[in-house]
Design a protein around this ligand. Structure first.
Ligand code: PMP
Ligand code: GLN
Length: 396
C-alpha cells in the first residue's frame, strides 16, 4: 500500500514573497468582499455594479450564431475589423470625431484591461498621475505597479464638483497623465461642457495624456449629453478613451470593451496589448458588431435607467436617507447621517447581516478611506428587487 505524505507549508515559507510584493497594501477589492458577505447572508445585493435582469435574447443568439459559424479561433490582435468599423461610425454620429478603425480603435477585455494597458504603455517610475477621488479602484494599482505616483484631488460631498483651480495646482513637471471618469462611479456626477473646456484649457500647454474612463457613456439622465473627451479637439488629441460593452449591454460577465486614441498613442497601447492578452473573445466580438448596427440598443439606455433611478428614489422619499439624484451611471449615493453615525464600513456590514441588504461604503473610493457617511447602491436591478430594497431601506 502506498502512503501519501501530505506536505504543508508554513507562513515562514511565504515570507520572502510577501516582502517581494509590488502591491503590499492592496487588499481584495471591496466588490468581492461585500459580495461574498452578501451571498453568505443571502442579502439583497445592490453592491457590485451589475444588472440582475436577463440579457437580450437577440444578443445571445448572435453569439451562438458566431460560435456555430466557426468564429472560434483567434481574432485579429486589434479586434475584429467589422466591430472596429461600427464603433468608428458610432463615434462619428455621437461625437462628430473620426477614429480610424485601422489604427485608432482596439477591442479589449473590458475597460479594466484598456485602463491597465494605457497606464502600462506610458507610466514610468516617478511619473505622476492625477487621480480624482472618489475613484473607481482599478486605477491606482496599475499606476503603482508601473512605478508611477498617484497624485490625489479629493472632491467633497455632497456635490463632488471638481475645483479646476485645485486641479491645476496638482500639475507638476512630473505629471504624465490625468485620469477622468464621467459619468462618475460612485457619485453619479456628470461633467459638463464647461468642465471639459476648462480641462482642455488647463492641459493645452502641456504634454499630459488624458485617460478618460467613459464606461457609463450611455447612462446619462434628464436629457443631458455625455461630454466625451472625443468631442474636444485638444483633449481628443491626447486621450485614451475607454468603453465597456459589459456596462452598455448588461453583460458585465463577458468582459469586452474597447479603447480609442490617436494613432501615435494607440501604437504604444498595442505594443502592450499584444503581449498582455493578444486578442479578445472572437465570437462575442462578431455578435457585438451585428448588435451595434441598431443604435437603439444603446440610445435607449438613458431612459431605461432613468426610470429605474426614479422608481428607486420615489420609493425612498419616505425614508430617512438624504440624497441628490444621480445624474448618470447606475449608482445612487445615499447619505445615512439621519440613521446612524457609524463608520460606513460598519453600517454596510450591519445592513447585510441584520437587514439583508448590501451596498458599497464610499470610504473605499476616497483618499485615506475618508468617510462621507454615504453608501452606494446599484439600481441596475429588476423592479421587484428595487421594491424589496425600498421596503428594507424605508424601515431603517
Ligand atoms: N471603470 C469604471 C468607472 C467602472 O465602474 C468599471 C466597472 N465595470 C470599469 C471601469 C471596468 O469595466 P469592465 O467591467 O468593462 O472592465
Ligand atoms: N464596476 C463595478 C462597480 O463599481 C465593479 C466591477 C468589479 O468588481 N471589478 O461596482
Amino acid at each position: 500500500m502506498s502512503v501519501i505524505k501530505i506536505i504543508t507549508f508554513t507562513t515562514m515559507d511565504y515570507d520572502q514573497y510577501k516582502r517581494a510584493s509590488k502591491l503590499p497594501d492592496v487588499k481584495t477589492t471591496i466588490f468581492t468582499t461585500v459580495g461574498n458577505l452578501a451571498r453568505k447572508h443571502a442579502a439583497l445585493d445592490l453592491s457590485q455594479g451589475f444588472p440582475n435582469f436577463k440579457t437580450d435574447e437577440k444578443l445571445m443568439s448572435l453569439v451562438s450564431d458566431a460560435l456555430i459559424n466557426g468564429h472560434n479561433q483567434y481574432a485579429p490582435m486589434q479586434g475584429y475589423f467589422g466591430l472596429r468599423e461600427i464603433i468608428s461610425e458610432k463615434i462619428v454620429s455621437l461625437h462628430n470625431r473620426n477614429y480610424s478603425p485601422e489604427k485608432e480603435i482596439t477591442i479589449t477585455v473590458g475597460a479594466t484591461q484598456a485602463i491597465f494597458t494605457a497606464i502600462t504603455a506610458f507610466i514610468r517610475p516617478g511619473d505622476e498621475v492625477i487621480v480624482i477621488k472618489p475613484a473607481y479602484d482599478c486605477y491606482e494599482p496599475a499606476i503603482t505597479l508601473n512605478g508611477g505616483v498617484p497624485i490625489y484631488l479629493q472632491l467633497d460631498a455632497p456635490n463632488y464638483k471638481i475645483d479646476w483651480t485645485a486641479f491645476k495646482n496638482k500639475i507638476t513637471k512630473k505629471t504624465k497623465m490625468v485620469i477622468l471618469n464621467t459619468p462618475h462611479n460612485p457619485t453619479g456626477t456628470v461633467l459638463t461642457k464647461s468642465d471639459m473646456e476648462e480641462l482642455e484649457r488647463i492641459l493645452k500647454p502641456t504634454n499630459i495624456i488624458l485617460l478618460s474612463d467613459e464606461v457609463y457613456e450611455h447612462i446619462v439622465f434628464d436629457g443631458k449629453p455625455h461630454e466625451s473627451a472625443s468631442r474636444f479637439t485638444d483633449l481628443a488629441k491626447r486621450s485614451f478613451i475607454c468603453a465597456s460593452f459589459g456596462k452598455t449591454f448588461h453583460v458585465t460577465g463577458w468582459k469586452i470593451g474597447y479603447c480609442i486614441a490617436p494613432a501615435e498613442l494607440m501604437a504604444e497601447f498595442r505594443k502592450v496589448h499584444q503581449f498582455a492578452v493578444f486578442c479578445v473573445d472572437h465570437p462575442v466580438q462578431r455578435a457585438m458588431a451585428d448588435y451595434l448596427k441598431h443604435p437603439s440598443h444603446y440610445l435607449d439606455l438613458n431612459n431605461f435607467y432613468q426610470e429605474k433611478r426614479d422608481f428607486f428614489l420615489d420609493g425612498l422619499k419616505s425614508s430617512k436617507f438624504k440624497f441628490k439624484p444621480s445624474l448618470g451611471t447606475y449608482f445612487q449615493l445615499l447619505d445615512y447621517t439621519n440613521i446612524s453615525k457609524e463608520e460606513d464600513e460598519v453600517i454596510v456590514r450591519r445592513l447585510i447581516i441584520e437587514n439583508g441588504i448590501a451596498s458599497i461604503p464610499i470610504s473605499s473610493f476616497n483618499v485615506d478611506n475618508r468617510n462621507d457617511y454615504m453608501l452606494r447602491f446599484c439600481f441596475a436591478k429588476k423592479k421587484e428587487t428595487l421594491e424589496q430594497a425600498v421596503e428594507i431601506l424605508c424601515k431603517l
